[in-house]
Design a protein around this ligand. Structure first.
Ligand code: ADP
Ligand code: MG
Length: 586
């Protein structure tokens, strides 16, 4: 059995395919959502989920929430002298999800698809995979949350082009634009606000309730931890109620000594209190649209994801900004997990849809002689992919090569983006051009890039995993493409100049090797001509006239060939003569 997991900042959940339909798996407490909270109680006991969330106020030092914000960093949590990495904490949440699912389904679960925000970089994705592995799961694939949501809506089967996704969760607001073509989802732009979410709405209401209470009873209850926790719970409850009702009754008995908190709040009042929070969603949305160079009318569909998009004000704003109704048939806090379950079943071949999930936005390659960029994987290649090319050494007795990995569309590596570097050493000394170094680029389905260099003569191999993010925003990608277009002509000229230089240098080298073999068998005039040509090439190279250089290289190449053939012929004849002489002696 395979499952899909939405490992969220505030809530996590899992889904499976039941008779061809994705379905949420309730946890051991019977809830569909598990709070992404881990706590260490007395005696080192671990609490995960709702229990951990509830006792948070009483045990703040040993309660860990929102660990997702630290994934892929070297942040550590220290509890009772023990240190935990973000992936270890996340693995505790994943383990509960996995075990609860096993109990519910009565089957062992080994494989899963886990979702991450579209903007997660390699480190963050790798940390998520590690968390899965620590929880005893084989992570078949890491997929983007907006892509999962689109899959759950079956958008890959429709004739759509551009989808805008709003994901307003507990603590983050993510905006993405996806392009859909031939079953491939491509992330065109991402943006949002990593510090805006349902928690802010709760807090605003909490502050209001505390103020109202203080007006009546003259005490600031927020100083008291227990009271604070009760205020917080009541606020979230009221907020949720106001998503379906026009009024909410808030009642907290004995909030302060004998005093209850009693209040009726209208949806209108609540929306008034939180208007500025809602307005914070406008700017990032406009930014993402302009990054992707879209107007709202070009968007075919809008999908609402995240529990907080249940708020009517958020849905109203979506309608206002895009001028159309958004998709909300599926529970917004469940849609990502459902999509992940679909993807998991596509991967094991249970669902026969062809869904390709990602393409490389820019070309990837290495720097070669003269600072030229050699592309190994071309842009817009569908991942996973693997591609190799054989390279050789540029100098005699070169025993090491630097593999400098870059991405971009420019012809010279210095104009492209540096991704990482490594050395392959211990190449057996020899003539330049003799070594055979196979450089292979491999991008796995999670978008993680691995580059290896293999010396085909010695089987010596080195590789790196590109740990820095090579994912760029749509803006950066567009700029790269635009620059490549603008500079195409001059780049080509510079590249040709460099290549002429390299050719000249290697032609001179070859000519000198031939001259060294002379042994007095070459025509003095020819030798002289060759030497003059070499000097002429060096001069034009230095002065920069590369058309002239090219002509002289061609001339030199022809001359060297003629001289060398004549030399070989003479030498052969000479050998024959000595052989003949020897024969005569017998
Ligand atoms: P995550 O940030 O982990 O992706 P979710 O998408 O599950 O989390 O969103 C959690 C947030 O959604 C919480 O702030 C919660 O209060 C809010 N939420 C859930 N249901 C509702 C509702 N009916 N009305 C308003 N907000 C809701
Ligand atoms: Mg989420």
């Amino acid at each position: 059995m395979v499952i899909g997991i939405d490992l969220g900042t505030t809530f996590s959940l899992a889904a499976f395919m039941n008779n061809g339909k994705p379905e949420i798996i309730p946890n051991a407490e019977g809830e569909r959502l598990t709070p992404s909270v881990v706590a260490f109680a007395e005696g080192g006991r671990q609490l995960i989920g709702n229990l951990a969330r509830t006792q948070a106020v009483a045990n703040p030092e040993r309660t860990i929430a929102s660990i997702k914000r630290h994934m892929g960093t070297d942040y550590e949590v220290e509890v009772d002298g023990r240190k935990f990495s973000p992936q270890e904490i996340s693995s505790l949440i994943l383990r509960k999800i996995k075990e609860d699912a096993q109990d519910y389904l009565g089957e062992k679960i080994e494989k899963a698809v886990i979702t991450v925000p579209a903007y997660f970089n390699d480190n963050q994705r790798q940390a998520t995979m590690e968390a899965g592995a620590l929880a005893g799961l084989e992570v078949m694939r890491i997929i983007n949350e907006p892509t999962a949501a689109s899959l759950a809506y079956g958008l890959h089967k429709q004739d759509l082009h551009y989808i805008l996704i709003w994901d307003l969760g507990g603590g983050t607001f993510d905006v993405s634009v996806l392009e859909l073509g031939n079953g491939v989802f491509e992330v065109k732009a991402v943006g949002g606000n990593t510090h805006l979410g349902g928690d802010d709405w709760d807090e605003r209401l909490m502050d209001y309730l505390a103020q109202e209470f203080e007006k009546l009873h003259g005490v600031d209850v927020t100083k008291d931890r227990m009271a604070l926790q009760r205020l917080k719970e009541a606020s979230e409850k009221a907020k949720k109620e106001l998503s379906t009702k026009i009024f909410a009754e808030i009642r907290i008995p004995f909030l302060w000594q004998e005093e209850d908190l009693r209040l009726t709040l209208s949806r209108e009042q609540f929306e008034e209190l939180t208007r500025d929070l809602l307005e914070k969603m406008i700017e990032p949305t406009k930014q993402v649209l302009s990054d992707a160079k879209f107007t709202p009318t070009q968007i075919d569909r809008m999908v609402l994801v995240g529990g907080s998009t249940r708020m009517p004000a958020v849905q109203h704003l979506a309608r206002q900004l895009l001028g159309k109704e958004s998709y909300k048939d599926i529970n917004p806090d469940e849609v990502v997990a459902l999509g992940a379950a679909i993807q998991a079943n596509i991967l094991i071949g249970e669902i026969k849809d062809v869904v390709l999930l990602d393409v490389t936005p820019l070309s990837l390659g290495i720097e070669i002689e003269g600072g030229i960029f050699a592309k190994i994987i071309k842009r817009n290649t569908t991942v996973p992919t693997s591609c190799g090319q054989i390279f050789t050494t540029a100098k005699d007795n070169q025993t090491q090569v630097d593999i400098h990995v870059l991405q971009g569309e420019r012809l010279l590596s210095s104009d492209n983006i540096n991704l990482g570097k490594f050395e392959l050493t211990d190449i057996p000394p020899g003539r330049r051009g003799e070594a055979q170094i196979e450089v292979t680029f491999h991008i796995d389905a999670n978008g993680i890039l691995q580059v290896s260099a293999l010396d085909l003569h010695t089987d010596n191999e080195k590789s790196i995993q590109i740990s820095s993010s090579y994912r760029l925003s749509k803006d950066e990608i567009n700029k790269m493409l635009e620059d490549a277009r603008i500079h195409a002509k001059e780049d080509q000229k510079r590249k040709e100049e460099i290549q002429i230089g390299i050719r000249a240098e290697s032609m001179i080298h070859a000519a000198q090797l031939v001259l060294e073999e002379d042994e007095g068998l070459m025509d003095k005039l020819d030798v002289n001509k060759i030497e003059k040509l070499i000097l002429a090439i060096k001069t034009t190279l230095y002065k920069g006239g590369y058309e002239d250089t090219r002509a002289r290289i061609d001339e030199l190449s022809k001359l060297v060939e003629v001289v060398y053939n004549a030399y070989k012929c003479k030498k052969r004849n000479l050998e024959m003569e000595t052989k003949d002489a020897a024969y005569k002696r017998i």
